[in-house]
Design a protein around this ligand. Structure first.
Ligand SMILES: [Zn+2]
Length: 310
């Protein structure tokens, strides 16, 4: 479903949201490109029938559900595709999507559409923080890494396309573990989003937020994201207080608490990566450290916490 938030600034609300901007001379810009090109095609059709053309795709981040459609759009319309570094490499080398999760070239069970784009797509340019002129529009590119290594949000007019920098409470409830690669950076990016003043915020998933003086839902949403990160890390500390555990044991202990049992590689490896990120974050703060009881790779609470990032 296409919703117009401001004149010429639309977003498609589906399983994955994307933005559609009307620029100068009947040029269109997409912010993200969907899991595949089906939804962007639907969103674009009425415009294309009136002589508009797709001038560019701007990716907030390179998870397959946000850029899976880019290769086909580029092939059909010849439009340049812009993405943030370092993850722009996933557009050009889709197998890296699965490799980042698995730690090596992934098995077939991870080479699925949801985890890696099904075709490579050339990247016309890497997004840098600051103004971006495209199709007669000036967008603002705001770095919000943490959920992915180089994620950006895109501001245009009075609308912030936030990508997956912030998740709505209803999305949080569905996921035992929010996917993130750097929890500390995720928290810092949340603060950057919280400080924005746009009246509309379009998240990567779920309906848009309308922020009005006296009624601003964003602080509560940001607080729920912060609380999620804190809760996962508290649970990891509590689990390791019982003794050293392998990464898998930590994951399964936390999953059990969330009533979650795994039966597929994508959900197992996504959650494993998120838990690994939290463990790395705690290790960077000197709270946990690697241990090898009887040659088994484990994490344990650090004997003398350094509190490096107090
Ligand atoms: Zn994502």
């Amino acid at each position: 479903m296409l919703t117009e938030l401001q004149p010429g600034i639309y977003y498609w609300h589906g399983g994955v949201n994307f933005g559609l901007l009307v620029g100068a001379d009947r040029q269109l810009v997409l912010i993200d490109a969907g899991l595949d090109a089906a939804a962007p095609r639907k969103a674009l059709r009425p415009f294309l029938e009136q002589g508009y053309r797709l001038a560019a795709v701007v990716a907030t981040h390179c998870h397959a559900d946000h850029i899976g459609g880019a290769a086909e759009l580029h092939r059909r319309f010849g439009c340049p595709v812009y993405a943030p570094a370092p993850e722009h490499l996933v557009l050009e080398h889709p197998e890296l999507g699965g490799a980042l999760l698995y730690g090596a070239y992934p098995p077939p069970s991870l080479q699925v559409k949801f985890l890696q784009p099904q075709a490579p797509c050339p990247v016309a340019g890497v997004l840098r923080p600051g103004p971006l002129a495209v199709a007669g529009l000036t967008l603002e590119v705001i770095p919000v890494p943490g959920h992915s290594p180089g994620q950006v949000a895109v501001a245009v007019g009075d609308v912030l396309f936030a990508g997956d920098s912030v998740f709505l409470p209803e999305v949080l409830e569905k996921h035992a573990f929010l996917f993130m690669v750097q929890p500390q950076t995720y928290l810092e990016s949340l603060e950057r989003v919280a400080a924005r003043r746009e009246s509309y915020l379009v998240p990567g998933h779920g309906p848009h937020l309308v922020r009005r003086p006296g009624h601003d839902p964003l602080p509560e949403v940001v607080a729920a994201n912060r609380a999620h990160v804190r809760e996962i890390q508290d649970r990891i500390r509590a689990a390791l207080a019982r003794g050293p555990m392998s990464e898998e044991e930590v994951l399964l202990a936390l999953a059990r608490q969330a009533d979650k049992a795994y039966n597929s590689d994508p959900s197992y490896y996504l959650d494993r990566a998120a838990v690994s990120a939290h463990l790395a974050d705690l290790a960077a703060r000197g709270e946990v450290e690697p241990a090898y009881p009887e040659g088994r790779r484990c994490w344990r609470l650090a004997e003398s916490p350094r509190g490096r990032r107090a």
